[in-house]
Design a protein around this ligand. Structure first.
Ligand code: V47
Length: 370
């Protein structure tokens, strides 16, 4: 492998990886430009195994998208709808509770809940969602509301970010998902999501959450109009923020799905680009404990391969995912935990069923199920 790495022009980066030295922006660009995906993946796998060994995480979770009404209407999104649009919807607190109640017989440990930027739902609605879910399923961890939703609620109801997060926590919020980060580049935000909060403000909300002891995730939406330089800047900004507040649990590269979006003439990323984003993220984000291969967006087969290219988490059982499916995802709506376990085992890794905060619920070694 050493020869191959040298031939790929990655000897210097290999030396840094072996020595545990931090990669810089130039290294990251070099990795993105390298056409030898096996060489890049090999380096990422060294870091993956150093941090997580063979452990490969998944979670039994439920996704709920409480409303698609959105004032932002980003050009990469097929989910958001203007209020009054025929396809706009808004679930009542009782409807959300019913969705949770309907799956009480399943060992769900996390509810992942995001919506659009709704212009006028009262703050009590959001508190009601959290309290209602906890009433039906008291032990569940609620990972809800992106940094974009938090900033919106703070502004709309005249509270600081701290006060907004505190109120939501008291009602049952457990952590924040990583959505809404898109690509931090002002150029891309201007082109695709002009009305969304800036990258700087996204980071500020995430860091405010971290300072309160709330964990969050981080994402990057790739494969649309961004350059690799803009991807690298995004990763470096996340790494800097993590150095500072340390509250990011996982990074999730999100593969752009063009169908039904204003960018539908684009074709979206290739499989190689999917693997490269996982691998470069694993190498650059040396202070992030976990890199997720989100099977909903890249498909379970590529997500399985990604476990040898830097990823150590396959996310979860999901069910009823709407955002990517509205944009043409052809993956299933849900995947069973038995299938996830089989995919991970077949990749030669140890399946670890986890909580949101990566505590082990069960290790599914060779001898079967819990
Ligand atoms: O914020 C929108 C992205 C995000 C499209 O934190 C699109 O563990 C692809 O953030 N094609 C929501 N992506 C999903 C998300 C997420 C998913 C799974 C796990 C976690 C986590 C977070 O989806 C949005 C936006 O960045 N998105 N439209 C599209 N057409």
């Amino acid at each position: 492998m050493k020869n191959r790495i040298a031939e790929a022009g990655l000897a210097g980066i290999h030396d840094k990886v072996i020595a545990g030295q931090r990669l810089d922006g130039k290294d990251a660009l070099h990795l993105y430009r390298c056409t030898d995906i096996l060489a890049v993946g090999y380096l990422a796998n060294l870091v993956r195994e150093r941090i997580n060994g063979d452990r490969t995480y998944f979670i039994y979770n439920q996704h709920i998208n409480y409303s698609n009404i959105c004032t932002n209407l980003c050009s990469f999104c097929a989910f958001g709808r203007r209020k009054g649009d025929a396809l706009a919807y808004e679930m009542s607190v009782d409807e959300v509770k019913e969705k949770v109640r309907a799956r009480l017989d399943e060992p769900i440990v996390e509810i992942h809940m995001v919506g659009g930027i709704h212009p006028d739902l009262p703050f009590d609605y959001y508190l009601g969602l959290l309290r209602g879910i906890k009433e039906v399923r008291p032990d569940v961890h609620i990972q809800a509301f992106t940094c974009v939703e938090i900033a919106h609620l703070a502004e709309l109801y005249g509270r600081s970010t701290e006060q907004t997060l505190t109120a939501l926590r008291q009602a049952g919020l457990g952590s924040l998902p990583g959505g809404g980060a898109e690509v931090f580049s002002p150029r891309i935000r201007e082109k695709t999501c002009r009305d969304k909060l800036s990258g700087e403000d996204w980071l500020e909300v995430a860091q405010t959450a971290h300072r309160q002891g709330l964990y969050t995730n981080a994402t990057m939406l790739y494969g649309h109009l961004e350059t690799i330089e803009e991807r690298v800047d995004h990763l470096l900004a996340l790494r800097g923020a993590q150095d500072d507040t340390g509250g990011f649990l996982a990074f999730i590269p999100l593969a752009f799905h063009p169908r039904n979006t204003a960018l539908s003439t684009l074709s979206g990323p290739t499989g190689i680009d999917d693997l490269k984003n996982i691998a470069v993220a694993r190498l650059v984000l040396d202070n992030f404990p976990h890199i997720k291969a989100y099977w909903v967006m890249i498909g379970p087969k590529l997500a399985q391969l990604a476990l040898s290219f830097g990823a150590d988490d396959m996310d979860g059982t999901v069910k009823e995912e709407v955002i990517t499916h509205m944009a043409g995802a052809e993956t299933e709506q849900a995947i069973g935990s038995t299938t996830l376990i089989e995919l991970i085992r077949e990749a030669g890794r140890l399946p670890v069923e986890r909580t949101t905060l990566y505590e082990t619920i069960a290790e599914h070694g060779d001898d079967g199920h819990r």
